[in-house]
Design a protein around this ligand. Structure first.
Ligand SMILES: [Zn+2]
Length: 460
């Protein structure tokens, strides 16, 4: 099967075979699916028909196509989608404004999610049935040995499977839509899986988790970090077997902290609402792009290709399956590095490292006024590793100013911690070659945004 109109078994078989066919087989699938997708988008999406008016009929290389961005797609939403029954206005009034509809399929066949909008306008994403079939099968087949380990399965059999989804309530975000959709399909799942909104007051969340006693946690790592602190303080008393983080970057320090406090393994996933099964994690911990179903192109700021081993400015993704809302060379905003040599696990799929989001890059002024770009992860680590800091947020408010929201450890002297952070930041900025940066301490505590994401470093 080359196309995407196959049966469940046909798709599963193809996912299995692609893994064994090597890079050539993957490239062949990619090309055949791309040609079909572009042909379909041209005939059924007025937006793409217009966009591709000067593109030759036969597209052999994805780079012949112009990139697209979230903003212009959302502005042309009704022309973008290929089912004329779907309009943004109807989606908003019939589904998105109603939280009792969470996880319900729209018009009996579509799953609809919205993104958080941390980098501007939220996107509304519509997935058709085949798109979800592929997602479910790819996860089951390609992560059959890595997502849950054999010893963990035995523990689940003994202690029961109870999964707590740590996601944001109050909107049709992917984590909650997927969980509720699974609950609607099967009563057995409904009893075992529960959504916990990370936007609720922490004491309530802790009390409910204690009562539910989950064996699996999944969702935002920032929420897990918060729970790790609660567990250390003795207020939270859960014994999860596995924590699956997604939706945000998980730092090595963050992972170690969660593992030590909650006493379970932490694994993470790299995917997005636009491309829900973009990568699978191998036994060595690398993310491999599922390149038979999704094309991921690392590019520079001018959308020119970036070679393996070099960190991209952003990435363009193409979803080779979803027909109702074609995603073709869509700017995802993530900065990634493709591995320059094959992963030792033997997978034919390219391995990729996630470095953060393009929108997160922060720049400060050098003494001569030039801009110096600073890696948010590095800046965050300097603050995070200062003794006494429990949580923080750093907001660049100007070329020479940084505002900090600090939460200190119990018993730590706040002023002392603030001074230590300032000193460490002073030498960090000096090393980076910036002018003197004024650090102002905010009275506000660190907090999550509306979607439940907890960003650590950004530009105001
Ligand atoms: Zn690997």
């Amino acid at each position: 099967m080359r196309g995407v109109s196959g049966t469940l078994v046909g798709i599963a078989w193809d996912i299995w075979r692609a893994e064994r066919g090597g890079p050539e087989g993957i490239a062949r699938r990619q090309q055949a699916r791309l040609a079909e997708l572009v042909g379909f988008a041209r005939s059924a999406s007025p937006y793409y028909r217009h966009l591709y008016r000067d593109v030759p009929d036969d597209v052999a290389d994805v780079r012949q196509l112009p990139p697209v961005g979230k903003r212009e797609l959302m502005e042309n939403f009704d022309d973008w989608v290929t089912d004329p029954h779907i309009t943004l206005a109807k989606l908003k009034s019939e589904l998105l404004s109603d939280l009792t509809q969470l996880g319900r399929s729209y018009r009996g066949q579509y799953l609809v999610v919205t993104t958080s909008g941390t980098t501007g306008e939220p996107a509304v994403l519509v997935h058709d049935r085949t798109s979800w079939v592929v997602v479910n099968l790819v996860v089951r087949i390609r992560e059959r040995r890595t997502l849950v380990r054999r010893a963990e399965v035995r523990t689940f059999l003994r202690r029961g499977l109870r999964a707590a989804a740590l996601v944001a309530g109050g909107g049709h975000f992917a984590g909650v839509v997927l969980t509720e959709s699974a609950r609607r399909r099967a009563p057995a799942i409904a009893r075992r899986v529960r959504v916990f909104s990370v936007l609720r007051p922490l004491p309530e969340l802790v009390a409910e988790l204690n009562a539910f006693n989950p064996t699996i946690l999944y969702g935002y790592p920032s929420a897990m970090t918060q729970l790790a602190a609660e567990q250390q303080a003795g207020r939270l008393r859960i014994r999860p077997v596995l924590a699956i983080s997604s939706g945000e970057n998980l730092s090595a320090a963050g992972r170690a902290d969660i593992e030590a406090s909650l006493g379970c393994r932490v694994t993470d996933r790299y995917l997005s609402s636009e491309v829900p099964a973009l990568t699978s994690r191998c036994r060595l911990g690398s993310f491999h792009v599922n390149a038979d179903w999704y094309i991921l192109e690392p590019v520079d700021a001018n959308y020119q290709p970036v070679p393996a081993g070099v960190t991209s400015h952003t990435v363009l993704v193409t979803h080779l399956v979803n027909r109702v809302q074609p995603i073709i060379r869509y700017d995802l905003g993530d900065r990634v590095t493709f591995a320059a040599s094959p992963c030792l696990c033997g997978s034919p799929f390219p391995a990729v490292k996630i470095e953060g989001r393009a929108g997160d890059l922060v720049s400060f002024a050098a003494p001569d006024g030039r801009a110096v770009t600073v890696l948010p992860l590095a800046l965050g680590t300097v603050i995070e590793e200062t003794p006494g800091v429990r949580r923080f947020q750093a907001i660049r408010t100007g070329p020479r100013t940084l505002r900090l929201r600090l939460e200190t450890e119990d018993g730590a002297d706040r002023e002392h911690v603030q001074t230590a952070v300032e000193e460490r930041l002073g030498s960090f900025f000096a090393d980076q070659g910036t002018a003197t940066i004024d650090v102002e301490h905010s009275d506000e505590p660190p907090r999550a945004d509306r979607s439940g994401k907890f960003r650590q470093v950004w530009s105001a």
